[in-house]
Design a protein. Structure first.
Length: 369
């Protein structure tokens, strides 16, 4: 069974990045929604943390046999922004837990290794009337600190194919309008947009007409986001290295506009999953090579829980024995790899250690220690 990113969205309030530097919390209206989501070892330079909306649970893809050798680097390493400048949003479940448990023996580890690192901010609720303001609250706070936020629009109709993170807009026309509102909140500073996890890799539950409609809306979304803020970097869903074969995924990405400079800056992989960074780098390069498009297209990789790699039995729901991975950074030193990001916030459950999207201190400590 394919390990889908399984977003696991806790619809209600969004949790996302933890705000950098100032301990202030945004207003309730500004809170984004949280959604989904891999060990220790040397941790690279750390930008400040942030929170997310309930993230999808790990994707469940089918193995596709031995992967081809990675294609050679197509360009020299590119940095999206100066190292260490990712934004940590103040409003997150992990920060709430750290603040509320000063005497807990696990607090120091969770605070230092998870809460004090930047993470993505998810917008997983379909709320057209407030989406612009909530996105603007995040991007303006990041801009004021000279930092780069990572935001995740997650409201595509029929998301997660009816799984634990089911929901989203009622139809594509409504989704297009919601994206217009999302784009209006992006501001003019640098921002990384992880566009709709699982929306392409996990589109096989749709009929051909529905899939074509979804892909057209995703291509439009990329154009709208980049037109609203030319400094926005928009990345499209490439699943992960144990899901669709690279050529097959590239074909789907091409249909969704990911090879167009007007829509896309590249692809993202491993969101809410556990595959090792080295495997994801090789896979991302194969996908980019098959995708074609402008030479500047790159990839971002979710390293939040991949320190020990994926479980050998393919378990995706809060599996034991996992560890946090490389710290978030916009300076990977790897050709074609633009960033390592924490898209899924470590400690937010896939649904087995607690309610989907809810923070589990026990699981966070297990991942971080």
């Amino acid at each position: 069974m394919v390990a889908a990113a399984s977003v696991v969205v806790a619809v209600g309030t969004v949790t996302g990045m933890v705000s950098a530097l100032d301990g202030g919390r945004p207003s309730e209206e500004a809170r984004p929604l949280v959604t989904r989501a891999p060990s220790l070892g040397p941790l690279p330079g750390v930008p400040l943390p942030s929170r997310t909306s309930p993230a999808p649970s790990p994707s469940r893809p089918a193995s596709s046999g031995p992967a081809p050798e990675p294609s050679p680097a197509r360009k020299k390493p590119r940095t999206v922004a100066a190292p260490g400048l990712l934004y940590r949003h103040a409003d997150s479940q992990v920060r709430d837990w750290v603040d509320a448990h000063p005497g807990d023996a696990r607090r120091a580890v969770i605070a230092a290794r998870i809460a004090d690192r930047p993470a993505a901010v998810w917008f997983a609720d379909f709320t057209p009337s407030t989406i612009t303001g909530r996105v603007r609250a995040v991007t303006s706070a990041a801009a004021a600190q000279g930092r780069v936020p990572v935001v995740v629009p997650y409201a595509i109709p029929q998301r997660d194919c009816g799984g634990a993170s089911d929901g989203g807009a009622p139809d594509l026309a409504a989704y297009d309008g919601w994206i217009d509102g999302f784009a209006a909140g992006l501001g003019s500073g640098e921002v990384v947009v992880v566009l709709e996890p699982d929306s392409i890799a996990q589109s096989d539950c749709l009929g051909e007409g529905e899939r074509s409609g979804r892909f057209a809306s995703l291509a439009r979304a990329g154009r709208v986001l980049k037109a609203a803020n030319p400094r926005a970097r928009v990345y499209f869903d490439a699943g992960h290295s144990d899901w669709n074969p690279a050529a097959e995924q590239a074909a789907l990405l091409g249909r969704a506009g990911a090879a167009s400079a007007a829509s896309s800056d590249g692809i993202f992989t491993n969101v809410s999953n556990f595959h090792r960074t080295s495997d994801e780098i090789a896979y991302a390069r194969r996908v980019l090579s098959a995708l074609g498009g402008p030479a500047h297209l790159g990839a971002v990789i979710d390293t939040s829980r991949n320190g020990n790699g994926a479980p050998p039995d393919g378990e995706w729901c809060d599996p034991a024995g996992r560890r946090i991975g490389q710290a978030p950074t916009l300076n990977t030193g790897e050709a074609g790899i633009d960033a390592y990001l924490w898209v899924k916030l470590p400690g937010e459950s896939d649904g087995c250690r607690g309610t989907p999207g809810a923070f589990s201190a026990e699981y966070a400590y297990e991942l971080a220690r």
